[in-house]
Design a protein around this ligand. Sequence first.
Ligand SMILES: [Zn+2]
Length: 168
Amino acid sequence: MRRSARRRRTVSAYREGDRTVVLIPARMSEAEERRWVSVMLDKLAAQESKRVLGDSQLAERARRLSEQFFEGRARPTSVRWVTNQNTRWGSCTPAEGSIRLSHRLQGMPEYVVDYVLVHELAHLLVPGHGPRFWQLLEAYPRTERARGYLEGVVAADRLPHLPAAREE
Ligand SMILES: [Zn+2]
């Protein structure tokens, strides 16, 4: 914790290596200080849980999923987020071994992102959506649930939007 004489009203917090720094105004009471430290720690934790996987973490995740469900046989050469893919959740180019995930998946539950990764990994082994493909996907226990979630997202996009609540 750092007290700052120049700091009058604002409280902020950030991680510095494995320490957390909370900046608070110098004249704050100890009770206020304790309250703010816990508020800021909660806030940091919430931000961190929402943080999106970076491309290198995405590649690492794909590697682990391949190991877990396909005995490591699917070996993508690159796995990355793309923002120009609005009609498909994921795509791959088997000849190059590249996998792309739509940025629209960011913020969705982990098991949904994993499903799309597993789906694209499976395409590196079996092109198309024939029986052999879906047989491969049976290895991933949340396939049905993830597909249901994604179908729900698509359906919700097509619903007429409810009028916004009025403030009176
Ligand atoms: Zn597919």
